[in-house]
Write a protein that binds this ligand. Structure first.
Ligand code: AMP
Ligand code: GLY
Length: 424
């Protein structure tokens, strides 16, 4: 087979993990990444094209004989980059704009779940403030208030009191999150997990599950973040739970999207609440999780490019996916101050030595090169990931690597994976 030139879209830790895995593929010709980061640059040629300019992305693909585009983040998918690439005859991993609504609109997903009997919390959808308030009052707390649309995780309030719920509704209808639309949802009790399945429009293949830690502080305290660490497998997602998720949530979703004429191709990331009555869907994302992807790539035994191509080609019924039994665990190092305000430009030293060893991989999330030095360039900056025979060993290896990194301006949680370790 002719080597395949691949363009990866994105610049975070998820894309670094994808670039690391793709670069090991026997199918690969040249790997490019737009825009990429200094870690990704070890595996790919980083190119400064504006990924919001789809015509520029198409032109780059034509000029560089790109045979396959892998889209990392959700924003370009929701903006229709996969449609524009397909229209230009370029193969792409990721859903169409219409199918990306599963992440782009919470209201869309709730209505979809109702239509296809997919287990999720009861809900109401509102464009009228008075109606939203009276629904919340009638249901009472605890209750969950969500702004519709992509709010980067910020538009969700888990209100433990009615006053909090009312304040959240006020904010949404004051236009704090763009369009004044909200979803009000039943509070689900249980343990959260992230479940991933590859889809090709018709078939779905289970990948694996992971769990992340959203709060900034040890013991899962403090403000929410984009994720401070993750591990895989997720002990709560037993084989029996995974089978139920496929049967009750993932396969009905793939069938429902196909029936509506908007088949879903790409990775479905189901955010689950696993309670006494089994798994319920909290939300869908239409791309790999960040930082879940980082730990999944460490555990994947098979060729990632073969799997992503099967999603694009509609041949997932012919693949199987194997995972290491080991646990992979990743610790996020962030700039002090995150998720509040933080500075940029502090120097990070000794990263290469810290990442040495077969069981360690350090993925860059928000770094930059400045005068030849590696510096922090964001809130979440590094993902220090390790494999171990169990969660305790993976955790110990990850923190040993963290402690070798010389970055006084950085911090991390010290307890990533605590639930998996205590569960043993
Ligand atoms: P979302 O952006 O929809 O994933 O929500 C962000 C976080 O809010 C989730 O990861 C959960 O921790 C929490 N959450 C969302 N919906 C619910 C719900 N119905 N019940 C309990 N917690 C929820
Ligand atoms: N780790 C959660 C996400 O990627 O949205």
């Amino acid at each position: 087979m002719t080597p395949l030139n691949v363009l990866l879209i994105g610049s975070g830790g998820r894309e670094h993990a994808l670039a690391w895995a793709i670069s090991a593929s026997p199918l690969l010709g040249k790997l490019f990444c737009a825009p990429g980061n200094p870690g990704i640059a070890r595996h790919a040629s980083c190119v400064a094209i504006d990924i919001a300019d789809h015509a520029a992305v198409v032109a780059f693909c034509r000029d560089n004989a790109i045979g396959f585009v892998v889209v990392g983040p959700e924003a370009p998918l929701v903006a229709g980059i996969a449609d524009d690439l397909r229209a230009a005859g370029i193969k792409v991993f990721g859903p169409s704009k219409a199918a990306a609504q599963l992440e782009g609109s919470k209201g869309f997903t709730k209505d979809f779940c109702a239509e296809f009997a997919i287990p999720t919390g009861a809900y109401g959808r509102f464009t009228d403030k008075a109606a939203a308030l009276s629904y919340a009052r009638a249901k009472g707390a605890p209750i969950v208030i969500k702004a519709d649309g992509l709010a980067a995780g910020k538009g969700v309030t888990v209100a433990m009191t009615l006053d909090e719920a009312i304040a959240a509704i006020d904010d949404i209808f004051a236009g704090q999150f763009g369009a004044a639309e909200c979803v009000i949802e039943e509070f689900l009790d249980g343990e959260e997990a992230s479940f991933f399945a590859l889809c090709d429009g018709e078939h779905a293949v289970a990948l694996t599950a992971a769990q992340d830690h959203k709060r900034v502080g040890d013991g899962d305290t403090g403000p929410n973040t984009g994720g401070m660490g993750a591990y895989s497998p997720a002990p709560i997602v037993t084989d029996a739970v995974a089978e139920r998720v496929m049967a009750e949530i993932i396969r009905p979703t793939v069938a429902g999207m196909a029936k509506r004429g908007t088949p879903f191709k790409g990775v479905l990331f189901a955010g689950l609440m696993i309670g006494r009555n089994g798994p319920k869907l909290i939300e869908y994302n239409v791309r790999f999780g960040d930082p879940e992807c980082q730990v999944m790539m460490l555990r994947l035994k098979d060729d990632i490019l073969t799997l992503l191509l099967a999603s694009a080609d509609g041949t997932l019924d012919r693949v199987s996916v194997r995972w290491r039994n080991d646990t992979a665990l990743s610790v996020v190092m962030a700039t002090k101050g995150y998720p509040g305000s933080y500075g940029k430009g502090s120097e990070i030293r000794n990263l290469e030595a810290a990442g040495a060893g077969d069981d360690i991989e350090i993925f860059h999330a928000g770094t930059a090169l400045k005068d030849g030095k590696l510096v922090a360039n964001g809130g979440r900056v590094l993902n220090v990931a390790a494999l171990g025979k169990d969660a305790a060993q993976a955790q110990r290896r990850a923190y040993e690597a963290v402690d070798r990194i010389d970055w006084p301006d950085g911090f991390c949680r010290r307890d990533i994976g605590w639930r998996a370790i205590q569960g043993r």
